[in-house]
Design a protein around this ligand. Structure first.
Ligand SMILES: Cc1ncc(COP(=O)(O)O)c(C=O)c1O
Length: 340
């Protein structure tokens, strides 16, 4: 099977497993796991922040961060297709008592003036805005990278409003590799970030919340309340440390493979290959006679797995376990299906 449904399907490599097996561990709820502590310090340093907290998933890391920057009965602004409002099952409201309001999705592009115009100050009996969240890279937009200038402008908007800026950086590594922006430069723009080790980086489990020492101390409480305190988690943190060491630069290979997929499938009118800069390829079937479930079903019969993310949209993601031969196979299977 060639599995291009997600970059979460990777399995730890032999070398990663060896690092996990050799990890020194302790009880992390007591703050005694040296490998978790090393991972947290490493990630904080990478992004130029004071502290970080290991979390079991990207969703929990996002939700911990949102609770840090938005008190109950206050508001978060994000785009209508952001992961935090599309795939996290109302957690911001259910767990944090947070209202969310969305700006229209524009393919991952941000209109900073529109966002600025949405901010609601205190004092009008309307829910006051406390934070703005962006996604880098943007999943539903097909791995779009938000440019540094736009992020800087958004930081200005947040500062003017006294609002915090959160980054769902599940794939911030890909933005860093695609645009060559140092991770610390991204870090300097955000109050809180969640960054994921178990997507492109290939670790089996784990995300990290990044922020100030004060916020991360609070985050530890929030994580425990959410049931996310882990014990000998150093085994998992060791995979994350290994991934940071060995799997960031190689993301360029995933990007090149995604671009090759897009170039091969572009003649069928389903993708603008020039928009594919990271590891995601969205196929828009709206100008074909195909629907996404039909295409995915027929590809599966021939051993190629893809994701259906909308009735006429299929997503392909390249990753650590999808080599050149896998991409060749996907092109060979999908091309005749799209041509039919
Ligand atoms: C952009 C983005 N944020 C957050 C997450 C959540 O990560 P997890 O599945 O580890 O909860 C995902 C998962 O695919 C994602 O794509």
């Amino acid at each position: 099977m060639v599995d291009l449904r997600s970059d979460t399907v990777t399995r730890p490599t032999a070398a990663m497993r060896a690092a996990m097996a050799a990890a020194e561990v302790g009880d992390d709820v007591y703050g005694e796991d040296p490998t978790v502590i090393a991972l947290e310090q490493r990630v904080a340093r990478l992004f130029g922040h004071e502290a970080a907290l290991f979390a079991p998933s990207g969703s929990m890391a996002n939700q911990i961060a949102l609770q840090l920057v938005v008190p109950p009965a206050h508001e978060l602004l994000c785009d209508a297709n952001a992961h935090v409002v599309t795939y996290e099952f109302g957690a911001a409201a259910a767990i944090g008592g947070i209202s969310t309001r969305t700006w229209p999705f524009a393919g991952g592009q941000l209109d900073v003036d529109v966002i600025a115009s949405m901010i609601r100050p205190d004092g009008y009996w309307a829910v006051p805005t406390r934070a703005i969240a962006v996604e880098q890279t943007h999943n539903m937009a097909g791995g779009v990278v938000i440019g540094l200038d736009t992020l800087r402008a958004l930081r200005g908007v947040a500062d003017a409003a006294g609002a915090a800026l959160h980054c769902d950086g599940a794939r911030i590594w890909h933005a860093h590799v695609a645009d060559g922006v140092p991770l610390a430069e991204y870090g300097a723009l955000f109050d809180t970030m969640s960054v994921c080790l178990s997507k492109g980086l290939g670790a089996p489990v784990g995300s990290v919340v990044v922020g100030s020492a004060e916020n991360i101390a609070k985050a530890r409480w929030i994580r425990k309340r959410m049931g996310g305190g882990m014990r000998q988690a150093g085994i998992l943190a060791a995979a994350g440390l290994y991934a940071l060491e060995h799997h960031i630069d190689r993301l360029a290979d995933d990007h090149a493979r995604a671009r090759r997929l897009a170039d091969a499938l572009a003649p069928y009118g389903v993708v603008d290959a020039d928009r594919v800069r990271t590891n995601l390829v969205l196929l828009d079937l709206s100008k074909t006679a195909l629907d996404a479930h039909g295409l995915a079903g027929r590809a599966r019969e021939q051993g190629v797995l893809v994701s259906v993310i909308a009735p006429r949209t299929v997503r392909l993601i390249t990753h650590l376990d999808a080599d050149d031969a896998a991409v060749d196979r996907a092109i060979a299977v999908l091309s005749p299906l799209l041509a039919a």
